[in-house]
Design a protein around this ligand. Structure first.
Ligand code: T4K
Length: 376
């Protein structure tokens, strides 16, 4: 007899370092009484990330949204930006904040990332950039997007919010395109409570981003451009530093969770796990998306989402609705029908995965899914 969980099982829970280590770090912060404005821990975090990401061209921010918003501004992107409708709304919001026009084109059905063929068809004289998303941490079709961007002289930016730690043929994912943004939000595989980072090709952007995230200050008496405040603080950096040591083991645990789901759900009619990573990709197992086929499963995706709550399992419909269906973006699809993005958004459910999710809990979630399917 399967029982509902005694406590809620959320789609994710933040990874946490040992409280002892965090307290020690806080004590040191207290002694220094240095909390923000490029403090020693932020500098140390930056240095550690330079090694981890294997690039000097990297800037830290208060969160991923501000990181991408400032990146677009700093790179001088104007006009139209071709982007994906299948993402978290922040990807599109940052375009709006830069007075850029999002041109939504459809996604491909394997990893749900921007479809390069659709991108090429949508290019006009007003297009200045492509903003693609490594959805659930799965790399976009990098070579094709790179070719298109070069051929048409467009900037290529990646929202890599989900993709920290991913490598393709031994190259860190942040090395592709002109710039990549990573989110270090508490719900991400790796985090600094809130936080964000960009990695970029053009090293001149370094100084620019430093100005833009710190009011445009050159020194105490000079402001060289109208910047904003998007600095990471010391407590954020402390969390990031402590978790970075555990990155490999966190990825390993998540890989085993994903394999358990894949194995246990293989024979449930109407449930299809999203495709595994392509050969050559070292994946970070950021999310566990499944697709529900209502006819075979016997319940719609939304019905399953509600039923799971009765068992105390809180999955998420990332990403439903698609961005152009939000009130503020409605009517902006201009002839691009987006059938695949809509189809996927109605079928995908992301299952719980996090660092301290026990394997017996994963087994129980699978038992519940079997049970719901059998009692249609
Ligand atoms: N681009 C993409 C593609 C993104 O996915 C995101 C963020 C961004 C850009 C922007 O990056 P940031 O500016 O956030 O750095 C969450 C996150 O808040 C958001 O960061 C993330 N994407 C998005 C996919 O997921 P919500 O609205 O689903 O969060 P929330 O509060 O409902 O949390 C989800 C679950 O996590 C909860 O059911 C419980 C659990 N949780 C959450 C928090 C905050 C905890 O257990 N503890 C916690 O502290 O957006």
């Amino acid at each position: 007899m399967i029982k509902p969980f005694e406590r809620p099982i959320f789609v994710t829970r933040p990874a946490l370092p040992s409280l002892e280590d965090f307290k020690n770090g806080l004590e040191a912060i207290w002694e220094r009484a240095w909390l923000t404005n490029n403090g020693p821990l932020v500098q140390q975090f930056q240095e550690r990330l330079v090694k981890y990401c294997r690039t000097e061209n990297l800037t830290l921010f208060a969160n991923g949204t501000l990181a991408l918003q400032i990146a677009l501004q700093g790179m001088g992107i104007t006009g139209d930006v071709i982007t994906t409708p299948y993402t978290f709304v922040a990807t599109t919001n940052v375009l709006f904040w830069n007075r850029l026009r999002p041109v939504f084109v459809d996604v491909e059905p394997i990893h749900y990332t921007l479809d390069p063929d659709q991108v090429e068809k949508a290019i006009t004289p007003w297009t200045s950039a492509i903003l693609a998303v490594h959805v659930y941490g799965q790399p976009c079709r990098l070579k094709e997007l790179d070719c298109i961007a070069r051929k048409h002289g467009l900037k290529l930016l990646y929202d890599a919010a989900h993709a920290f730690g991913v490598e393709v043929d031994g190259t860190p994912i942040g090395a592709f395109g002109d710039l990549s943004m990573f989110s270090f939000h508490a719900t991400k595989i790796f985090h600094s409570i809130e936080g964000g980072m960009v990695t970029f090709r053009d090293r001149k952007l370094h100084r620019l981003f430093d100005y833009l995230r710190n009011f445009g200050f050159e020194n105490e008496v000079e402001v060289v451009m109208p910047g904003t405040n998007a600095k990471m603080n010391e407590v954020q950096a402390l969390m990031g530093l402590l978790l970075l040591d555990h990155m490999a083991e966190m990825v390993c645990h998540r890989r085993r969770i994903t394999e358990t789901y894949r194995h246990r759900l293989a024979d449930v009619p109407g449930i299809r796990m999203a495709a595994a990573a392509d050969p050559g990709v070292a994946y970070n197992y950021a999310y566990v998306p499944i697709e529900i086929d209502e006819l075979l499963f016997g319940h719609s995706r939304d019905d399953l989402y509600c039923r799971l709550k009765e068992w105390n399992v809180f999955t998420r419909r990332y990403f439903y609705p698609i961005v152009p269906d939000f009130a503020c973006y409605r009517g902006m699809t201009e002839g691009h029908e987006l059938p695949l993005a809509r189809h996927i958004a109605l079928r995908v459910l992301t299952l719980p995965i996090y660092s301290d999710l026990a394997f017996c809990d994963v087994e129980r979630i699978c038992d519940i899914l079997h049970h719901i399917q059998m009692h249609r």
